[in-house]
Ligand binder design. Structure first.
Ligand SMILES: C[S@@+](CC[C@H](N)C(=O)[O-])C[C@H]1O[C@@H](n2cnc3c(N)ncnc32)[C@H](O)[C@@H]1O
Length: 311
């Protein structure tokens, strides 16, 4: 576990202990919340988190995973965008996963979290790693000001296409770099493709994960990050494994110069006998399979390459 993962888990354990909520109640809330998210039943009328217990259940069960996905997407900003990151606004910030991820990557970053559910804001403030600004508001009401980075993590599945368009217009006017992260489902990928096309139309260039600016050549582009599960997490999720794989999909769009990958590994590499097989998205906008035999000089590098890496 990295030090920031440990800090997050410690903060969550403390919040749970301080709340005095029995496990069975938290588990009931976590199950109901997961069901709402899985069936994509969340919208303006039915918010995901409506009170302190929902916010706590979300933070314990989902925040470690959304934090990891956002942390991975922000690594792509560091690697592929040539511009400073000193100011950050996170829209639909929930209990602060993106703020945690950005603060871990850019210490000293000035962060504002905009979130409409006051229960999530209150818990986020308790958990916060730093002196972040919290604004309890609808993302459409964000006041707007020039900012280096805007993140929108796991929010678009709660917004209608019209509201998503409005939010992208607002953010495109103010941010140099925009990161959108969604669950790694086919519908999450469709929302990312839609955001990608709109950001290109607003004059942004795509820095990651795509190594090109062309149309996406695959039906379902997604990645996975493995994260440790604490005992409480296992108990609430009825799981026995001490890890889980969070599937996610994302786009990094920017007005800064970019250094995109030559190609991106878009599936888990396989290693049949004496070779590595990589599924790649390439700089010409095609999906290709590369077989690297053991006799090739690139074999060792291919063996060390993971799903989501640049190649
Ligand atoms: C699935 S949670 C994601 C939270 C956080 N970004 C994360 O990655 O863990 C979605 C969040 O978006 C917030 N949200 C949805 N629509 C919003 C809106 N119109 N304005 C502000 N927040 C919104 C919800 O209240 C919820 O906290």
């Amino acid at each position: 576990m990295s030090s920031v993962d440990s800090q997050l888990h410690a903060a969550l354990a403390l919040a749970r202990a301080a709340s005095g909520v029995p496990h069975h109640e938290l588990r009931r809330r976590a199950e109901a919340l997961s069901h709402r998210y899985r069936t994509e039943q969340i919208n303006d009328a039915t918010p995901g988190m409506s009170d302190a217990l929902d916010a706590l259940a979300y933070a314990v069960v989902r925040m470690p995973a959304t934090f990891r996905a956002l942390h991975t997407a922000l690594a792509a900003v560091e690697r592929h965008v040539d511009g400073p990151v000193t100011t950050h606004v996170d829209l639909g910030g929930g209990t602060g996963a993106a703020a945690w991820a950005a603060a871990a990557r850019w210490p000293g970053l000035a962060i504002e979290v905009v979130e409409r559910q006051s229960a999530a804001v209150r818990l986020g403030q308790k958990l916060a790693l730093g002196n972040w600004l919290w604004t309890t508001a609808d993302v459409r009401r964000w006041s707007g000001r020039p900012v280096d980075l805007i993140t929108i993590g796991y929010v678009f599945n709660e917004l209608t296409p019209d509201v998503r368009r409005e939010v992208l217009q607002l953010t495109a006017r103010h941010a140099r770099t925009i990161v959108v992260v969604e669950p790694g489902t086919p519908s999450g990928h469709a929302r990312i493709l839609d955001a990608r096309a709109q950001l290109i139309a607003h004059g942004f260039r795509i820095a990651a994960p795509c190594p090109h600016q062309h149309d996406c050549p695959v039906d379902w582009c997604h990645f996975a990050t493995r994260l440790p599960r604490t005992e409480l997490h296992r108990h609430l999720k009825d799981g026995t494994r001490n890890f889980e794989d969070e599937k996610f999909t994302y786009v990094v769009a920017t007005r800064h110069p970019i250094h995109p990958a030559a190609s991106r590994v878009i599936a888990r590499p396989t290693t049949p006998k004496h070779r590595v097989v990589l599924d790649l998205c390439t700089s010409t906008g095609t999906a290709e399979q590369l077989v690297v035999p053991k006799s090739s000089p690139g074999y060792r590098a291919a063996r060390d390459t993971a799903w989501g890496d640049a190649w």
